[in-house]
Design a protein around this ligand. Structure first.
Ligand code: KG4
Ligand code: ZN
Length: 344
């Protein structure tokens, strides 16, 4: 049973995991830095890197109590995209372990890792192993990314569309900040939206874009405009409706593009991933549509929606099983490169 040690430090979560080729998560620990960054209303890159430095090695020590290093076959680490200083902490650590333990190293693309996160399970899960199936269609929605992929295999996906400006999670978080919610605000918008029996959005217009690309800067500006025109009392009284309307516009835009992609690239399976995939409204709308379109839809368990090292370990392990590995000089790349997704 091959096992991969995964390390994730691309943003503000320090995470370490041990995962098998059957997607079973043997160990996962995420050290969130939310309380550190909350007072700044967003991530401070310098603080993120520094705290990864404090947290990472003690978590790896904990992981090794569950599976000793002799039983680890390969080390997978997020090396792109992300905050450069934050990526460096994880990569330098992974490279050092690879050298000292004499184990292969795999640099993993964080977005590709989100893409496969819905396969992960543990002894506490309701489901167990589901073999990978291709081609699949995948929607990855997080604080930094909103992208649609046609997935032909591990390391073989076509990017069908992505955001032209802000990511969906960013639009939720920035609006939530204006509403006074703690950062990150996406989950707060989600839970406030559930405080009413929401009927219809009458506050915001639908988002329109060409092809399969997304855009969330317009709704973000519309949100800011609405709040600047209304009194504090009105905003407080109508908070659930404001949240539900704003959220629905974003969810409908994501669903419209997902349906568009499915019409162009029919697939047997849809994989949803990224922090925003935890959203209740998004899940229920996709679920309803998937049922009517008779397509199987996989969502990650909540713990695997947001950034975590289990998805990195699982993806890295599949590259290893394909006979690939990275050299010790793999770079940390803050942004995507052309060749990242446009493979065969
Ligand atoms: O994947 P992730 O942990 O980090 C990035 O790679 O960006 O995603 C974090 C994002 C944040 O924008 C957060 O507000 C959003 O996921 N998020 C949610 C929910 N849970 C997390 N957005 C809407 N509804 C949720 N329940
Ligand atoms: Zn992420």
């Amino acid at each position: 049973m091959p096992i991969c040690l995964g390390i994730e430090t691309s943003c503000d979560d320090t995470s370490v995991s041990l995962v098998t080729d059957k997607a079973e998560v043997l160990f996962l620990k995420n050290q969130s830095q939310d309380d550190i960054h909350q007072k700044y209303g967003g991530i401070v890159p310098e603080l993120a890197s520094r705290n990864h430095g404090y947290y990472l090695l003690p978590i790896i020590e904990e992981a090794l109590k569950v599976v000793p290093k002799e039983q680890i076959d390969v080390i997978g680490v997020t090396n792109r995209p992300g905050l450069l200083g934050a990526l460096l902490v994880g990569c330098v650590t992974a490279k050092t372990l690879s050298m000292v333990w004499d184990k292969p190293l795999i640099g993993v693309n964080h977005i590709e890792a989100h893409l496969f996160s819905s396969y992960l399970w543990s002894q506490k899960s309701q489901h167990t192993f589901k073999p990978l199936k291709f081609p699949s269609l995948s929607l990855v929605v997080s604080g930094g990314h909103s992208s649609l992929f046609y997935v032909k295999g591990v390391g073989d996906s076509i990017l069908l569309g992505s955001t032209l400006d802000d990511a969906a999670g960013e639009a939720l978080d920035k609006f939530a900040k204006l509403l006074g919610f703690p950062w990150p605000g996406g989950p707060h918008i989600d839970s406030y939206s559930q405080k009413l029996n929401f009927q219809k959005n009458t506050l915001f217009s639908k988002i329109k874009t060409e092809d399969l690309d997304f855009s969330f800067s317009g709704i973000k500006s519309a949100g800011r405009r609405l709040l600047s025109k209304k009194s504090k009392e009105w905003i407080q009284e109508n908070l659930p409706e404001i949240c539900a309307s704003y959220q629905e516009v974003i969810v409908d835009h994501l669903l419209e593009k997902l349906k568009g992609a499915f019409n162009k690239y029919p697939s047997d399976r849809i994989l949803i991933g990224g922090g925003v995939s935890a959203n209740t409204c998004l899940r229920s709308k996709i679920e309803k549509w998937a049922k009517s379109a008779q397509v199987e839809c996989f969502y990650p368990e909540k713990v695997y929606c947001t950034d975590n090292a289990a998805m990195v370990a699982f993806t890295g392990l599949h590259y290893f099983l394909k006979g690939q590995s990275s050299s010790l000089d793999i770079p940390c790349v803050p942004h995507h490169t052309e060749k990242d997704f446009f493979s065969s």
